[in-house]
Write a protein that binds this ligand. Structure first.
Ligand code: DGJ
Length: 742
């Protein structure tokens, strides 16, 4: 991993074993992009890559040079309004009403390691040898604004992290109306676009399309990163698949409004922009003030999408998630939500916990409904005090009982919200986001607290911290159940209203930071009605997230498969729930529900006391299996082998770090009569290791399993031979492959 600067050609070259990123200082002082891709040798001068020619109907910066038009130059941080007609990365509104700026190179600095981003989630380096950072300072002399472009190259793979820090070094006020975290101008547009889209209970659906002239974009203006579009994009070559070919993944480490777009111009070059949604953002930058954009991460590979995903998984598992739980296997939990909803008594909870303990569960989570006047979703949010009618001994009392059973205790909060029917709202009616003289809309009868106000965040902190100090709480599920509307802060002046959405997010992050620092052993799980904020910003504070309110095993195949494009299995919250399922009313076998959920954090969300004796025995076995293989399942290398978006079967697998254990999950949605013979080629095994297939008792070498494949044919073929269990719809199998120690 190195960062070169060649004075003669004014060229920067960031490289590691996997990638090269090359840029140069252009004639006008702006930064130009020369190359991003597979690692190439360094040399003094790559300026030939700056292709320009004289073109009609173009505007030029210099009278003596009819080739220098920014419209035709690949740039690093393009500005608005001067010879480049594509969408810019930055726009600064100045006191005289102009939005033109001219960010010219001023200086640069190369640092070991990676600096943190104040108040924002970011990837990090633990040792200086893990990363190097280049900070290029650009300056717009007229507005007096400085832009520091941060580029961090990691040793761990084809990763480049980017962000921008603005500083107003002049005396005049400037308004940042667009501040993208990343711009990547590529020399061609021969890519397929892959995004993760959906809606509530149908998150992370893989959608692909071809790029065409004009702008393709995804984003959110909902105040959360959203169920609708995950802040993640892949650009892959037409023939790239999971196992081979070029792909570039873009991920935005932010949990609020964002925009990711790709613009194909008339000459088939491509501009990718990743950052805060410009539509819902402006930031007043008075003299002496600074503004830091959130971070964006790019991953390049020439080894297919699965390799790109594994790079993201490693980075996000090891150098985004933090703290006590980062590397630890996650506890198997039981959550009472789908078991009881709001209809619980302390006695019922304890009965559920007892049964869970009998089965081997490790953590009991009390979901919504334990506080204030909450007996439905119409009241109580904001009053984070136990309802003594339901929980006579308060949270401390219940936690003690649960701990007494030998389980850890976890608790649900929705810190950012209030119901109007709450003491908190009655005391602070002006602390919700709402626009003067306009009515405030609700979502699920709740209103969004103005987290851009420190006093509002502090007041929620005080309530939460009190509970965490008084009661033995080992886990928090932090929910967020509505999108933001009428986003206006009564605490901000008119010319700062454009900051509200982002200040809100900074407030959320500040509360997370405070609680995770003060209670470092508590495991946080983020949630926003399932996957409404399933993003890398959250992962910095909460190493796992509830991926979807849809707990149906078949639906989960797509959701978890899609999520795995960017997010590690250890971050994907997934539970076994009851059938008929509460979202799609489908009946799936208990083993299939567990076989899907075990490729995630794993837990249960049903009333175990309603299960039959046989079912409880099965649950015990599932838990014992998960405990045995949890480390491989959650922290092993994850391979996608067959996509649920492309057919009736899904196959994925996890391989342990030492390659001695592999767990393959095979799932078939609909049964089919007289089915074809099927086999699937595995990946990531050691070619020379001899694995025992626990299902068949046969032995196979790794190369055999990877090149010949694992046989997954259905032995029943419509006529069930004696002694063979017939398969049904929603069938699944787990194959454990282990090298036997001699
Ligand atoms: C939405 C979450 O996603 C559910 O799991 C549950 O916690 C409910 N909120 C509670 O209101």
């Amino acid at each position: 991993m190195q960062i070169f600067y060649h004075e003669g050609s004014r060229t920067f070259h960031l490289c590691n074993d996997s990638i090269s990123y090359i840029m140069t200082i252009l004639r006008n002082g702006h930064l130009g992009q020369l190359y991003f891709g597979k690692r190439i040798q360094d040399k003094e001068d790559f300026s030939y890559l700056l292709e320009t020619c004289e073109r009609p109907m173009t505007s030029y910066l210099y009278e003596n040079d009819r080739t220098f038009s920014l419209e035709h130059i690949r740039q690093e941080y393009p500005v608005f309004g001067t010879t480049d007609y594509r969408q810019p990365a930055v726009e600064i509104l100045q006191e005289n009403g102009s939005r033109i700026s001219d960010f010219q190179y001023q200086s640069h600095e190369i640092r070991e390691g990676k600096p943190g981003l104040r108040g924002l989630p970011a990837t990090y380096a633990e040792e200086n040898e893990e990363a190097k950072t280049l900070i290029v300072t650009l300056y717009d002399a007229v507005s007096g604004v400085r832009a520091e472009l941060l580029y961090t190259i990691f040793a761990l793979g084809g990763v480049l992290a980017r962000s921008v820090r603005f500083f107003n070094a002049g005396g005049k006020t400037a308004y940042i109306t667009r501040a993208m975290s990343l711009c990547l101008d590529l020399p061609d547009c021969d890519y397929e676009w892959l995004q993760l889209s959906g809606c509530w209970a149908r998150e992370c659906q893989i959608q692909t399309r071809n790029l065409a002239p004009g702008i393709s974009s995804i984003g959110s203006m909902r105040g959360n990163s959203s169920h609708e579009q995950n802040p993640f994009l892949v650009l892959k070559r037409k023939h790239t698949d999971e196992r081979q070919g070029e792909a570039i993944g873009f991920s935005f480490l932010y949990s609020g409004n964002f925009r990711i777009q790709a613009e194909v111009d008339a000459h088939e070059t491509l501009r990718v922009l990743v950052g805060l949604d410009p539509e819902t953002f402006t930031w007043k930058l008075a003299g002496g003030e600074a503004f830091q954009t959130p971070e964006a991460v790019m991953v390049y590979t020439d080894q297919g999408c699965n390799h790109m995903s594994q790079t993201f998984h490693r980075l996000y598992q090891k150098r985004l998630a933090r703290g006590y739980w980062r590397d630890r296997p996650r506890p198997i939990l039981i959550n009472n939500w789908e078991a009881t909803y709001f209809d619980f008594t302390e006695e019922r909870l304890v009965e559920l916990a007892k049964k869970a303990k009998e089965c081997g569960v490790e953590l009991f989570v009390l979901d919504d409904g334990w506080f204030g006047a909450r007996s439905s979703d119409k009241a109580g949010l904001g009053d984070w005090v136990a309802n003594r009618k339901r929980l006579a001994g308060g949270i401390a009392g219940l936690a003690e009982k649960i701990e007494g059973l030998g389980l850890k205790f976890g608790l649900w909060f929705e810190p950012e919200m209030v119901n109007k029917d709450s003491d908190f709202y009655r005391a602070h009616p002006d602390w919700i986001l709402s626009t003067p003289e306009r009515s405030a809309s609700h979502g699920r009868y709740q209103y969004v607290l103005d987290f851009s106000r420190k006093e509002a965040v502090d007041a929620i902190y005080v309530q939460m911290a009190k509970i965490l100090r008084e009661a033995k709480v080992s886990y928090i599920k932090w929910d967020m159940n509505r999108s933001i509307t009428e986003c206006y802060s009564a605490a901000l002046p008119p010319d700062r209203q454009g900051e509200t959405y982002h200040r809100y997010m900074l407030g959320v992050y500040a509360l997370y930071e405070r609680l995770t620092s003060e209670f470092p052993d508590v495991l946080f799980e983020s949630c926003a009605s399932g996957g409404g904020r399933f993003d890398p910003g959250m992962l910095y504070y909460a190493p796992q997230g509830w991926a979807s309110d849809n707990s149906d095993a078949v639906e989960r195949l797509k959701i978890q498969y899609g999520a795995s494009m960017c997010y590690p299995v250890s971050s994907i919250g997934s539970h076994v729930s009851v059938t008929p399922n509460h979202q799609v009313f489908r009946n799936t076998p208990l083993h299939t529900r567990a076989n899907v959920a075990c490729f995630g954090t794993f837990g249960y969300e049903l009333d175990l006391n309603q299960l039959t004796k046989e079912e409880l025995e099965e649950v015990k076995e599932q838990i014992a299996f998960f405990k045995r293989y949890r480390r491989v399942l959650q922290f092993g290398s994850f391979y996608r082998l067959k996509s649920p978006f492309e057919g009736n079967e899904t196959v994925w697998m996890a391989v342990s770090e030492d390659q001695k254990t592999a767990i393959v999950g095979w799932y078939r949605v609909l049964n089919c009569v007289n089915a074809s013979y099927t086999r699937v080629r595995l990946q990531g095994l050691h070619p020379a290791y001899r694995y025992r297939n626990a299902r068949t008792g046969r032995y196979h070498y790794g190369d055999e399993l990877m090149h010949v494949g694992l046989l997954t044919s259905d032995e029943t073929a419509g006529q069930v031979p004696d002694g063979v269990e017939p398969y049904t719809d929603y069938e699944s199998r787990i194959y454990v492959l282990e090298v036997e120690e001699t």
